[in-house]
Ligand binder design. Sequence first.
Ligand SMILES: C[S@@+](CC[C@H](N)C(=O)[O-])C[C@H]1O[C@@H](n2cnc3c(N)ncnc32)[C@H](O)[C@@H]1O
Length: 493
Amino acid sequence: MQINVRPVARLRGDRPLNVAAALGPVFDALAGSAADLATLRVVCDWIQYRENFAAPVRCRPVLAERPEQSAERPVPVAGLELAIDLRRSDEADLAASVRAALAGCAGGADDRLYLEPWTPTSTSCIWRFNTLYWQALSRWEQFTGREYEQALPGGQSDARNAEVARELIGELFRVWDELEARRALPEQLYIVELGVGNGGQARTWLDTFADLDQRHGRDYYRRLHYLMGDYSAHVLDRAWQAVAHHGEHVSTLVLDATRPLRTLGFLHGKAFFVYISNVYDNLPTDEVASIDGRPYLVQARAYLDRSQAAEIARRNTIEIGQVGVLTDRLLRLGPDLLAETSPDLFPDPGRAVSLWRDVWTALRLTERYVPLEGIDTYQVAPKLTGEVLRPLLEGGGDIRMHVSNGALASFADTLPLLHPFGRLICHDLFLTEPGQYRAGFHGPGKYDGSVVNWVNGPLLQLTGNRRGFDVRIAPFSGRPSANIRTLTAQVRD
Ligand SMILES: C[S@@+](CC[C@H](N)C(=O)[O-])C[C@H]1O[C@@H](n2cnc3c(N)ncnc32)[C@H](O)[C@@H]1O
């Protein structure tokens, strides 16, 4: 049996984790179980997100082969992984939870209401919830009485750091001055921001720019076009209001950040600065793993505990049998249309938001490992095969990591927009070494109504390098001790 304790930083210090005490009840439960202990792995995490998708104890089967589509027969299992959240290990009877999790894996009584079939994590319905959150943000905020930024660590987005904006704009002016001296600076100066939130970053950036430009005296502001792109028209409206005083210097575009070229193709090679902050960690991702030298894709399945589903039904005066169907309709229609089309169940949109919030809070994922038949056959992003994973996944022992599919697709599709002297700047939760995946939990977590996963920095670096870009990840200069880091990509000299 293997035991894998990931939160190693918590094993020392003033209040070290007592792993032995936490594991005692696990071994008690295993001693009385029929599980094949030779192929069992116990993985201990510390899930730092208070709101997350994980039960405190989970059992994840490692499948011996890929399941056939609509297969009737049970899929053979090569081993089991028992996952324990050490942060919650003393919340309930751990031994009983382990017994229940093992029984669930062995096909015992299932007390869950599933909301979807097995699917790679990037296509789980958690991403439909995430999209709904941004599309119907004002409804959610009305209901909870707080703005989305308040749910971020520190209660405010680092994107609004004026000192960082000053630094970046100063560097931009140096590049522009040099190009201007060679008569190589285009008349129109394009800046792009993807995933704009409440427009706080845009306002900070534009206000700082106008101020610095006045002092610099080159009249760059007159030539400036700041394009704000987001997939939520509602978010764009709000962001627009934050920068309305910059008038015709700003345009908004509804676009998908995972394929910006579709909308911004006209800017090919023209953008001096593409800014994207706290968006990559909010884009869909798969997870892959290497277990005993074999590659696996993590498949997930969203569910509600049946007892919670019953409570949700009671609170929202619906039948338990309607919870799944109405959740699906909510995700398709949003709270306003759901209330309009089912006024008997939802007399006003607030009642639909109440269902949304209840389901979201209770939503969990169960997982399994499905063998990948050849890593190259796995498609990471439209123009990127699983081959890019090879250096990170192979040769270093067992590991499980995010693929950051949405971030990679976005990154690869953004690089062509850059002017030869342009830069992509991204502030986000980046991992910088594959080894970090062995030493901590990096998502998914819930930030209010949205999903957060740390971003696989080394994969972005490999992807950029192969396209002739220099990609660096450095501490965020506005708050060097923060988890947020700055990724910079520019054409290699
Ligand atoms: C966490 S907020 C970040 C806002 C802002 N950049 C900041 O740092 O405070 C994520 C933003 O990305 C947008 N977003 C998420 N997925 C997107 C996608 N696929 N295409 C376009 N925008 C997306 C959301 O609508 C939201 O505005």
